[in-house]
Design a protein around this ligand. Sequence first.
Ligand code: AMP
Ligand code: GLY
Length: 423
Amino acid sequence: MNILILGSGGREHTFTWKLAQSKLSNNLFVAPGNSGTAQIANNVNINVNDFEAIKELVISNNITMVVVGPEDPLVNGIHDFFLSDDVLKNVAVIGPEKAAAQLEGSKEFAKEFLYRHNIPTAAYQSFTKDTVEDGCAFLETLTPPFVLKADGLAAGKGVLIIQDINEAKTELRNMLVDAKFGDASSKVVVEEFLDGIELSCFVLTDGKNYKILPTAKDYKRIGEGDTGLNTGGMGAISPVPFAGQELMHKIEQRIVKPTVEGLQKDKLPYKGFIFIGLIKVNNEPLVIEYNVRMGDPETEAVLPRLKNDLVEVFKAIDTQTLNEIDIEIEEQSAVTVMLVSGGYPETYEKGKEITGLDQITDSIVFHAGAKNQDDKVITSGGRVMAITSFGKDYNEALKKSYQNIDKLHFDKMNYRKDIGFDL
Ligand code: AMP
Ligand code: GLY
C-alpha cells in the first residue's frame, strides 16, 4: 500500500524508516519531510495544514494510509476532513479526530476529562480575563512554585513555573489580559505543583482496544543537569529504568484503562497514539499532560524497539482489531541523543554542512532539521539529528551514540553529554 507521513522531524524520519521495513508498504510519501526521509521515501513540499493539497496528493498517488506526526493538523481536524470527504473517507488516518485532539489542544479540556474519569492529576482551577482576580486569589491558596498553563497550543512554551507569588500574579495577568501567548492564553489553568520524576507512557488505541508501548524519558532542557531553557527535547531513553512492574501496573489500571474507557464514554473517536506525560510522586503516578501524537525525540528511542510490522499495527487500528495483535518489544534499551544548532532554542544559524554521516557504525541517524543541498546535507532547523543506539542497558547504548557523535560535525553543533544523568 502507498502511505503518506505528515511532518518533517526526527519523529517522522523514524516512522518512515519503520514503515519502509514493512512487507505491506510500497510507495512512501512524506510531506514535507527532510534529508533523512528523502533517502527512503518521496518528499513532497506540502504544508501539514494544507488539507486540500494533501487531498490532491492522496488521490493522485493512490495513498490509502496517512500517518499524522505533529499535533497541529489533528487539532485542526485533518481526520474529520478525511471522514467527511466521499473520496477520502476510506483512507486510514492514524491520529484522533478533532474532538479528541482537544486532549492536547486545550489544557482545560484535558483537566476536565481527567477529573470526570477520576484519573490522578494535579488539583487545578481555570481562569479567563473576567476572572483574573479570582485567579490571583487562588494563587494565594497554593504553595510555591506556581504552575500556570496557557490553555491552547503555544509551541511548547505555554507552561510557566514560578517561585514568587507576585511574579505569578503578574504573569497570570500577562497571559489573560495582555494575551502573552495570543489566543492560547485567553484561558489559563493554574495547577498545584507536583514534585517528582517524570516519564512518558505511549499507548496505541483503535478507540476500543489499546496496547501499551515502551516507556521513555526525555530531557527537555538545553543545559546539562537539566538547566536552562526548555527545548523540544534533547534526548530520550527507553525503557525508563524506574518504571518497574508495580508502577506500570498502577499506570495501566489507574490511567491507561480509564483514559481509553473515558474516550468511549465521552464518544470521542480515537485511532492513534496517546502520549501520556506522567510524574511519579511517592511511587504514585499522576498525569501531567496528554499529547495526541508520539513524542519527539521519544519516537526515536521507542519505535526502533517495536518488533512488529508497523503497517500491520496501523491497519489493525483502522479496522479496530488491535486486540488481535501481539506487540513484541526488543528487550535491549534504546537511547537517542539530539544534535542541535548552536544557540537553539533561541536564535541560531542554518545552512551548515553536516559531515561524517558515512562514518557511523552501530547507531541509527534520524534526520530532523536537516535538508539536502546539491550533494550535501545541511542544517535547516534547531534540532538537527537524533543519534539512536541499542545496548544491554541505557549506559551501553549511550556510549555508542556518543562514540558516533564524535564522528559527526557541523559548525556550532551542540548536544547534551549527560542524557540519563538523573537515573
Ligand atoms: P506540560 O506542557 O503540561 O507537559 O508542561 C510542561 C512541563 O512543565 C512538564 O513536562 C513538567 O516538567 C512541568 N509541569 C507541568 N505541570 C506540572 C505540575 N503540576 N507540577 C510540576 N511540574 C509540572
Ligand atoms: N518531547 C516532548 C514532546 O514531543 O512533546
